[in-house]
Design a binder for this molecule. Structure first.
Ligand code: G1P
Length: 296
């Protein structure tokens, strides 16, 4: 019987320099896709997968994220007084239950592996999910829920992967594909940000993981890798010597919201899924596209 995955880690300490000046005073995880902050989508995905406790690894200037996941008494009172019951209930639905979220701080930007290691006390000795909030995945069934299905069979560590053009692999972690049925397969190796032309495949690590707690012992060594940072991929490469890693080619569309085009396209894609917005939005969008590339 595989131990249940009850907790999830959300690394939200990054500076968001690619989105300045929007992120000067506001965390990048609070940038909105349609009308929800990025972090809310990722928390929703974790909740859909059965996660019960949400661990946020924050940094300076990130207290708005804590406020977002708290009750806003004045706002709720006003909504109630104005009879805006639907809005009131929607706000409540987005909240984790009392005591089901924790915050810790990464005090220095030493890399993703270091951010995850900062959550070790809050996770303890049990498997956990790791979700990178830069990555939004639009899918009929959430990506983490799909990974939980694979975990129920394979156990061990599970990594969501997706295919990208070979000339883009050097920006990501890349896996070496072993035995499997194409959809789910054993991972034989991994490399973080391979030099052009050296990647073992064109399947990249997408930003969703289920990891066993032994990863923390390896992260504690604080060895630096690509970009001089402590990389989660390097600790996973070590763990692969003793534990099984399974790759899952999930169903769904990924948006890299750490890049401006990815973020903007995510807004378009999520707006087009909303019945309250899509008809008017699509009309305007078509008008922009057909009118000389958007120029008047
Ligand atoms: C991180 C991981 C990388 C993964 C990527 C997904 O890289 O280290 O393995 O492929 O997220 O977005 P970063 O985007 O922090 O450079």
């Amino acid at each position: 019987m595989n131990r249940p995955v009850r907790k999830a880690v959300f690394p939200v300490a990054g500076l968001g320099t690619r989105f300045l000046p929007a992120t000067k005073a506001m965390p990048k995880e609070m940038l909105t896709v349609v009308d929800r902050p990025l972090i809310q989508y990722v928390v929703d995905e974790a909740r859909e997968a059965g996660i019960e406790h949400f661990v946020f690894v924050t940094g300076r200037n990130k207290s708005v994220i804590e406020d977002h996941f708290d009750i806003q008494v004045e706002l709720e009172l006003t909504l109630e007084q104005r009879g805006k019951t639907a809005e009131f209930e929607a706000l409540r639905r987005d909240l984790p239950s009392p005591g089901q979220h924790s915050f810790t701080r990464q005090q220095a930007p030493l890399g993703l592996g270091h951010a995850v290691w900062c959550a070790r006390e809050l996770i303890g000795d049990e498997p956990f999910a790791l979700l990178l909030p830069d990555v939004l995945i639009q899918a009929p069934r959430g990506c983490l829920a799909q990974m939980m299905d694979a975990y129920a069979t394979a156990g061990g560590n599970i990594i969501a992967v997706e295919e990208i053009p070979a000339d883009k692999t050097s920006s990501y972690g890349v896996v070496d594909v072993g035995e499997g049925d194409g959809q789910t397969f054993e991972i034989n190796g991994m490399v973080e940000k391979p030099a052009p032309g050296t990647a073992p495949s064109n399947l990249i690590i997408t930003g969703r993981y289920i990891l066993q707690p032994e990863i923390f012992t390896l992260l504690a060594e604080q060895r630096t890798g690509a970009g001089g940072e402590i990389q989660i991929t390097d600790a996973m490469i070590e763990l692969l010597k003793n534990q099984r890693f399974t790759g899952v080619r999930f169903e769904g569309r990924t948006f890299d919201c750490g890049s401006k085009p990815g973020f903007l396209i995510a807004n378009v894609a999520y707006a087009l899924e909303r019945t309250d917005i899509a008809p008017d939005f699509l009309d305007e969008l078509k008008r922009i596209i057909t009118s000389n590339g958007g120029r008047p």
